[in-house]
Design a protein around this ligand. Structure first.
Ligand code: ADP
Ligand code: ADP
Length: 223
């Protein structure tokens, strides 16, 4: 079963994707991490994406869909983290998964907008791996250093308050409609987790869903 993590920036999607990767061998596909790697390496894709990312806007759908296509071929169970973010992206993902006879369920991280600004402005990121920390809620073992590699952490430029506000508005306008897309009464495949709970408690909710087959009744019919 492939998982689609849905929820606003700061909801905890990346944090949980990394934990499920480590514990259960899922493979996290984070479009944000792929884009940032391209920006760092100065690829044509990175050059095109940078302006959108810096101002908190979405990168155009055709660019993102082209980028995701080869990722869907990866073996094993996938976690889509930060993708899809628009209805055309969700439709493209459905078509790609159908072509590979793969199914998916969407998990909505329900959070309160009030916590997101605090989570994002306190977030520190290890860019090469995409691991994130929080200055208070999930501090690294050593100040501003990644636990695994000991390399420095950075604050993403788009995690400053002004850009965060834009990103949250973009989520409400362009990404929130995906809740209705996946919660469609004809083919319901949305489950909700309480994203306000502490990190370990959110993981427990996800583990329960994965282990108890809590997805069964939400599963898209096999093509
Ligand atoms: P997303 O990938 O959804 O944008 P992240 O997983 O990067 O969100 O989390 C955003 C910030 O909030 C990070 O600093 C992270 O350490 C922190 N965080 C994640 N989950 C929780 C949680 N359940 N409670 C408190 N802080 C959290
Ligand atoms: P967060 O973890 O805080 O939600 P991401 O790392 O997922 O942020 O995304 C950072 C930026 O990368 C977004 O603001 C956007 O510019 C771009 N981006 C990432 N994924 C997508 C996507 N699926 N569609 C369009 N733009 C994207």
């Amino acid at each position: 079963m492939n998982l689609i993590f849905l929820g606003p920036p700061g909801a905890g999607k990346g944090t949980q994707a990394k934990i499920l990767e480590e514990r259960f061998g899922y493979r996290q596909i984070s479009t944000g991490d792929i884009l940032r790697a391209n920006v760092r390496e100065g690829t044509p894709l990175g050059v095109e994406a940078k302006g959108y990312m810096d101002r908190g806007a979405l990168v155009p759908d055709d660019v993102i869909i082209r980028m995701i296509e080869p990722e869907v071929d990866a073996p094993g169970a996938l976690i889509f983290d930060g993708f899809p973010r628009t209805v055309p992206q969700a439709q493209a993902l459905d078509a790609l998964l159908l072509g590979k006879k793969k199914s998916s369920v969407a998990i909505l991280f329900e959070v309160d907008n009030a916590v997101l600004l605090d989570r994002l402005t306190g977030r520190w990121t290890h860019l090469p791996s995409g691991r994130t920390y929080h200055v208070r809620h999930n501090p690294p073992q050593h100040d501003l250093l990644d636990d695994v590699t000991g390399e420095p952490l950075v604050q993403r430029p788009d995690d400053k308050e002004e850009t965060v506000r834009t990103r949250l508005a973009v989520y409400d306008e362009q990404t929130a409609p995906l809740i209705g897309y996946y919660d469609n009464p004809d083919d319901p495949r949305l489950v909700r987790v309480d994203g306000l709970a502490p990190i370990a408690a959110v993981t427990e909710q996800l583990v329960k869903l994965v282990h108890d087959g809590g997805f069964a009744e939400h599963r898209a019919p096999a093509p």
